[in-house]
Every structure is written in structure tokens, then in C-alpha cells.
Design a protein around this ligand. Structure first.
Ligand code: ZN
Length: 409
């Protein structure tokens, strides 16, 4: 198929050497999720070096609303439009944090890859310093080549990896009204993610009563038995694991059973368990179904309580707490942001591959904030593992794609 715009791949030129150097520089910064200050500082320095004026760069106050300690807010950069007066503002975004496994990574270029000198010990951080390098490269090339572009807002979020917190807690008014968003956080540039799953995380505290299990078990209230009966009800009702009801689909899991401080729920075979802390999750592409799954777990725990009594008829106490982790989204196939994404992927000589993902993305919150956002890749591979590397061909495609998106009008 011919390119959908007049732009051809050969027309989109940029300094690949500088882009790769920038990527290696950002990969070498030790700044895992919740500890973003060093990468925030480095990004500001790199943006100023390529000619972004200091007054165009700021941090928001999202960290004051994030419930986990976070040293800085999201980094926001605004490049005034240099093209047609009528051009609408667009958003480019990425997250600046990495997973804790990346701490201390030592990047080095080997052929068309960036690998980790500490491979086998730490992850590399291509998720998501590839996105950081794409955005800074975009700013650098727009300025250096004096390319006409619409007003651009760049957003580098914090605490993506620990719960999409930076995107969740930002104030959309701080972004100056972009109508479409392009998020860089993935493997292949041609993969256009147009939808993502939603999820709840929930916890249950079951407080029973200890008693000697051999001498007077009837005086105890077993928190473990409450858990077992609740899980049996959830299982019998078809709410555990892969959940399918009337054409609606989702998943659920219990991922932690113990105490709140990481210990075993009970400590001895001869003691009736008095306390169990449970952590679980519910997911679906259907927001209502996420809530239905969570509600089924809550009901099962409530029902189980009444079935386990001590000799005086007393029952356990259950506290069920759920939190919306992120809302699902599915952009319409004819949404302008998808048309722009497809055209730009074709403009760099690739064929767009539209897909939805079963993981959460910052884009979930951007869509919730009213900015239709698609997500592309820029070379991440084997993320969150000690075998992680960056594919430089895909990274360069990601940079080229960002330039195509920014100069399409
Ligand atoms: Zn990521």
C-alpha cells in the first residue's frame, strides 16, 4: 500500500548517533519507580542542551496527590506551534521511571542492540528510557531542523510502574488542551495499541480468634476457614481465574495469603488461625465487569463469615477494601488519533498493527482525562527481566515515527 501522506521514509532524517547516545545516557541513570529525581534532572539538562528554553520546562504537582512517596511531579514541556495557525495541539508522552530490578544497570551498545553489562543481575530500563530518548530526540530534531509543527505538549510521567500514579493524578488543565495523545511505551513502532484492560486491586483482612486447636478448638474462629469457604464460593460461582459470564470476560486472582508484614497467616499447627491478610485483583476490558468480579469476591467473604462460629456463636470480622487500579478503554476504529497513527506508521514505511493489551498503560488514564491516546513501541525487549535489551532498529523507527506524527500537518 502506498504511504497515506506525502511524506516518505527518506524525507524523515534525524541524527541517529545522537539519539542512541541519548538513549544510553538515560539508561545509565539510576532512578527506579518512586525515586525519579535523578532522571527528571537529566531530562531537563538534555532538553536544555538541545535548545528547549527553560521557561518551556516545568514539573507539575501530581506527586503531592500520589499516595506513595514520590520525590517529583510529572515533567511537562511545551513547544509552541511553528506551522499553520489552525493546527491543534498534540501530546507526546512516556514514563520516566523503571522497575526496581533495573537499579544499577550498565548499558552498552553491541551492534544494533543496547545490552546490559550486568546481564543476569539487573534489568536494563528500556521500559521506559526508550520513550524518554524518543521524546528528547523529537524536541532536538524539531528545533535543529526548524521543522513546522503544531503546538506540542510533552509529558514524562512518574510512578507508572508502581500503579500508573503520575498519569492518574495529573491535572489535565496543565497540558494545554491536546486533542490527541501519542504514548511511547512498548516493543515495536508499528504496533499501535488502541485499547487496554481495566483492573481493581483489593485486600481482605479476616480477623478470627485464636484457641488451642487440640484442647479447645470450638473456642476459636478460624480465619483460614473463612478464607477457604469464601474461595470455594467464588470458585463454584465461576468467578475465579478466567471469568466468562453472558459473553462478558475477565480474570481474577488471589496472589497473596499471609499477614500484612510478610509472614505466614498462622504460626503453629496447634493454634486456630486468628488472622489472614489476602491480596487479589480483578481485570476486564469491560469496566462494569471489573466491578462485578470484585463484588463477587466481597460477597463470598461476607457469606463465609456467617458460617464459621465459635462455641458462643461469635463470628470473624472481615474488612474488604478495593481500589480502582485503572479504567479500561477501547478507542473507536475511526477515531482521528488512530487515523493519524496509521498514516504516520505508513509514512515511515511500516504496516500498522492495531491491537489491545491485557496490561494497564498510562494511556488508560489519559483516555479517562479526555485525551484519546494510542501507544507505540520504541525497542523495549524482555522488559522486567535480567535478559532485557533494546533493539536499536525499533528504537530508531520510534524516533522516526514521532517525527512523522509531529510534522504530519
Ligand atoms: Zn512501561
Amino acid at each position: 500500500m502506498p504511504p497515506a501522506t506525502a511524506t516518505t521514509p527518506s524525507e524523515i532524517k534525524f541524527d541517529t548517533t545522537a539519539a542512541v547516545q541519548r538513549l544510553v545516557r538515560f539508561l545509565g541513570i539510576n532512578a527506579i519507580t518512586g525515586h525519579e529525581a535523578p532522571i527528571g534532572k537529566e531530562l531537563v539538562a538534555a532538553l536544555k542542551e538541545v535548545g528547549v528554553p527553560a521557561k518551556a520546562i516545568s514539573f507539575d504537582d501530581a506527586h503531592t496527590r500520589i499516595p506513595e512517596p514520590t520525590p517529583i511531579g510529572n515533567l511537562i514541556v511545551k513547544l509552541p506551534g511553528t506551522g499553520k495557525k489552525s493546527a491543534k495541539p498534540i501530546l507526546f508522552m512516556t514514563h520516566m521511571d523503571t522497575v526496581p530490578l533495573c537499579a544499577g544497570a550498565k548499558p552498552k551498545v553491541v551492534g544494533k542492540r543496547v545490552v546490559n553489562e550486568l546481564e543476569g543481575t539487573t534489568a536494563l530500563g528500556g521500559d521506559n528510557r526508550t520513550g524518554c530518548a524518543v521524546l528528547v530526540t523529537l524536541a532536538a530534531e524539531l528545533i535543529k531542523q526548524n521543522l513546522p509543527h503544531p503546538p506540542i505538549t510533552m509529558l514524562f510521567t512518574v510512578r507508572e510502574e508502581s500503579g500508573l500514579f503520575g498519569a492518574k493524578h495529573l491535572n489535565p488543565a496543565d497540558l494545554s488542551g491536546p486533542t490527541v495523545g501519542f504514548n511511547f511505551d512498548g516493543r515495536r513502532a508499528a504496533d499501535v495499541i488502541t485499547g487496554a484492560i481495566g483492573a481493581d486491586r483489593w485486600t481482605v483482612d479476616i480477623r478470627g480468634k485464636a484457641a488451642h486447636a487440640g484442647v479447645a478448638p470450638e473456642k476459636g474462629i478460624s480465619a483460614t476457614m473463612v478464607l477457604a469457604l469464601a474461595m470455594a464460593e467464588v470458585h463454584a460461582g465461576g468467578w475465579f481465574g478466567k471469568v466468562v459470564k453472558d459473553g462478558r470476560e475477565g480474570t481474577s486472582n488471589v496472589g497473596w495469603v499471609g499477614t500484612t508484614d510478610g509472614k505466614s497467616a498462622g504460626d503453629a499447627t496447634n493454634v486456630v488461625t486468628d488472622f489472614v491478610h489476602v491480596k487479589g485483583e480483578s481485570r476486564s476490558h469491560d469496566a462494569k465487569f471489573v466491578r462485578d468480579i470484585t463484588a463477587a469476591f466481597k460477597a463470598a467473604f461476607t457469606n463465609a463469615v456467617s458460617k464459621v462460629k465459635d462455641h458462643e456463636g461469635r463470628t470473624a470480622k472481615v474488612k474488604f477494601t478495593s481500589r480502582l487500579d485503572y479504567v479500561p478503554f477501547r478507542l473507536k476504529p475511526d477515531a482521528p488519533v488512530i487515523k493519524l497513527a496509521e498514516a504516520a506508521v505508513r509514512a515511515i514505511g511500516l504496516e500498522p498493527n492495531l491491537r489491545v493489551t491485557n496490561g494497564g498503560l498510562d494511556a488508560n488514564w489519559m483516555v479517562k482525562h479526555g485525551i484519546p491516546t494510542v501507544t507505540f513501541g520504541a525497542g523495549q525487549n524482555e522488559i522486567h527481566t535480567v535478559k532485557e535489551f533494546v533493539d536499536l532498529t525499533e528504537f530508531e523507527s520510534g524516533c522516526r515515527l514521532a517525527l512523522a506524527l509531529a510534522t504530519a500537518e
